[in-house]
Design a protein. Structure first.
Length: 332
């Protein structure tokens, strides 16, 4: 049974709320860790009894040179990281990566473009061909490429796109400390376009960018106020890349990731909560706590978009020690 099926079985029993107050979210987030874990576990175990974990693979199709000034991002032209503009990958090579990811056990393939927005033309046509090709391989396809128009969203939906990733990153209140070249409102409008086109939403954020606990609660509340909830909620911790504005920030306390994941699971019981960037800094035990508290997906493969991720061997060992269920039959 896929997790989607499991979820439909439990929909009647799990209360889905979209009216959480900031105080309620703060209470969840800052309660004693043991109580938070217990509460998150009750939800997680009932919606995902086998502790199934989806393996998602990432590939950067268009790397670097982005016009936006996201303080954390090595791909912004406003930052001075080592990520040089590289030629865009072509359809054939992207599909070869997708096939390899499938053979390594992934069942979702996410493709990234360092763009402020999608423009029509040969690059968008290539994106559509990549989406069709990934779907033909039997994988879920996710794209992240900045803002888009209603028409572009419809064309992506027609090509079979499963999900579009568009993160809110942080709270509305903290946003302008991190990004000044676009507004929170523009982000929300893009999410609405994706939803209207019938594509599922992948939307989450980053912790460790100097934000307060209230900012974290506020981000989670904005996500949970969406009706329906985003189907996929990536929780990243900052990878402080040299040359970016946030290069000197120290890494987050691994238990803060556990708290974010657990609270996301309680607020959005049926969403996939993805343990995303920053896993190398988390350590094995904190990752396992996240899987117990509510994470049901990881990015799998040695590179995220431009930064490194745990090795496939390390992840296989971690998942097997945790005793979670993974779709290994594709590989063994
Ligand atoms: N340009 C598109 C956009 O921003 O929507 C897509 C690509 S962007 C790199 C995808 C997401 O990666 C960002 O929204 C951000 O949440 C995450 N990200 C980027 N750099 C990161 C970093 N250094 N640490 C953690 N997460 C990061
Ligand atoms: C998400 O929230 N995290 C992934 C995926 N969605 C696209 C990207 C993480 C990128 C980390 C920095 C890098 O590798 O460039
Ligand atoms: Fe561009 Fe996305 Fe990086 Fe922001 S996060 S600079 S929009 S690639």
């Amino acid at each position: 049974m896929t997790q989607f099926d499991t979820k439909t079985y439990f929909t009647d029993e799990i209360a889905l709320r979209h009216d959480w107050t900031l105080e309620e979210v703060m209470t969840l987030l800052e309660q004693p860790l043991m109580d938070l874990l217990w509460q998150a576990q009750l939800v997680h175990r009932s919606v995902n009894p086998g502790y199934k974990v989806q393996l998602a693979s990432l590939l950067s199709v268009k790397t670097g040179g982005c016009q936006e000034d996201c303080a954390y991002c090595p791909q912004s032209m406003h930052n001075n990281s080592d990520v040089n503009d590289q030629p865009d990958l072509n359809v054939q090579s992207v599909l070869a990566h997708a096939k390899a990811a499938k053979e390594a056990g992934a069942d979702r393939f996410c493709m990234g473009w360092a763009w402020r927005e999608i423009r029509d033309g040969k690059f968008f046509d290539a994106m559509l061909a990549m989406v069709r090709g990934v779907r033909e391989l039997g994988l879920e396809a996710c794209v992240t490429a900045g803002m888009l128009s209603d028409e572009q969203a419809s064309r992506l939906a027609e090509a079979g796109l499963t999900a579009y990733n568009h993160n809110l990153d942080t709270s509305p209140e903290y946003y302008e400390k991190i990004i000044t070249t676009r507004t929170y409102q523009e982000r929300l409008e893009t999410l609405q376009r994706i939803r209207s086109a019938g594509i599922t939403i992948c939307c989450g954020g980053i912790i460790g960018m100097g934000e307060s606990l209230v900012d974290r609660a506020s981000l989670l509340r904005v996500l949970a106020m969406h009706d329906p909830h985003p189907e996929s909620v990536p929780i990243n911790s900052l990878v402080a890349v040299e040359g970016t504005q946030l290069e000197n920030l120290s890494s987050v306390d691994p238990l803060d990731m556990v708290r974010m994941v657990a609270t996301a699971r309680i607020l959005m019981p049926l969403s996939r909560v993805r343990l995303s960037a920053g896993r190398e800094q988390l350590g094995r035990e904190a990752q396992i706590l996240c899987l117990q508290a509510g994470a049901d997906s990881i990015f799998y493969g040695e590179t995220l978009l431009t930064t490194s991720n745990p090795s496939i061997i390390a992840d296989r060992e971690m998942l097997s020690k945790a005793g979670v269920q993974v779709n290994w039959e594709l590989t063994d």
